[in-house]
Design a protein around this ligand. Structure first.
Ligand code: BAL
Length: 272
């Protein structure tokens, strides 16, 4: 499975600028790419109280409709962050759009960062979907600093963890450590795409987008500039990492929550 991490500058509050960059990246992507991964809230940038209603969209809004068309035209799956408006509430959401399904999955950030509070409500579940024979789960930025979040996806059988990131200085090393740990302790591949450049309130986004294998080894890592990283991974290779032990089967303590199996290719872990 060919993954493309698209590490870009983002203009907070500028929907047109950000969507144009997504459009250009998709146009320039390789025909071999299966999934593109953009950063956290990339369609809107990080909202403020003042612009939240303007920059947030519903899951069937114009931004998603345009991404569905682009996905179909290019025959490529798109993972991107957005500010989601739903029934009077707002969520920091990642959407997963595929050529054949349209919007196949979405995930609402469950651990709100300092600047998320007062803007977004927290999600209450983790989702794992199967696409092209691979079980894919999603986290957003701060979520990866909590072992339970990736462990919930491990409970659902996730083989590939996709993280849309909006991590700023000085927390680069925190996320570098966290993503390797989450991948290793749950025997899953992890791909994480971050922003670069300046954001609201003087924030500086450090990039460092990366791919990690189920042994927690960094397979590739970006610097602090705009770039696209393409890597072919085979999550079914995981068996080579499970020869002697399995943390999920041998652990002594379980996480709280409830698994819901919607159908064979979609399960959720509900936070209790
Ligand atoms: N260091 C976490 C930043 C965020 O979750 O936005």
């Amino acid at each position: 499975m060919e993954i493309e991490l698209v590490q870009l500058e983002c203009k907070d509050g500028d929907l047109e600028y950000n969507l144009n960059k997504v459009r250009r990246a998709i146009k320039n992507s390789s025909d071999a790419t299966d999934i593109m991964v953009f950063p956290e809230t990339y369609l809107s940038g990080f909202p403020t109280q003042e612009n939240l209603n303007m920059v947030s969209q519903s899951l069937d809004g114009s931004g998603i409709q345009q991404l569905k068309s682009l996905s179909k035209e290019k025959n490529i799956a798109i993972t991107v962050g957005m500010a989601e408006a739903h029934e009077g509430k707002f969520y920091n959401t990642t959407v997963f759009i595929t050529p054949e399904d349209g919007l196949l999955a979405y995930y609402r950030k469950t651990h709100l960062w300092l600047t998320d509070h007062g803007i977004f409500d927290a999600g209450d579940r983790y989702s794992c979907i199967e696409w092209q024979g691979v079980k894919i789960g999603f986290l957003i930025c701060f979520d990866i600093e909590y072992p339970e979040s990736a462990r919930a996806l491990g409970e659902l059988g996730t083989e590939l963890l996709i993280v849309t990131n909006g991590n700023m200085d000085p927390y680069g090393l925190t996320h570098r450590t966290a993503i390797m740990a989450r991948a290793q302790e749950n025997h899953m591949f992890a791909v994480m795409t971050n922003r670069v450049g300046l954001g609201n309130d003087g924030l500086v986004f450090h990039g460092g987008s990366c791919v990690v294998n189920p042994m927690g080894q960094l397979l590739c890592e970006a610097g602090r500039e705009e770039c696209s990283i393409r890597m072919n991974i085979d999550p079914k290779q995981m068996t080579q990492f499970l020869t002697e032990f399995n943390y999920l089967k041998e652990r002594r303590m379980k996480i709280t929550g409830q698994k819901i199996q919607h159908h064979t290719k979609h399960s959720d872990w509900i936070i209790s």
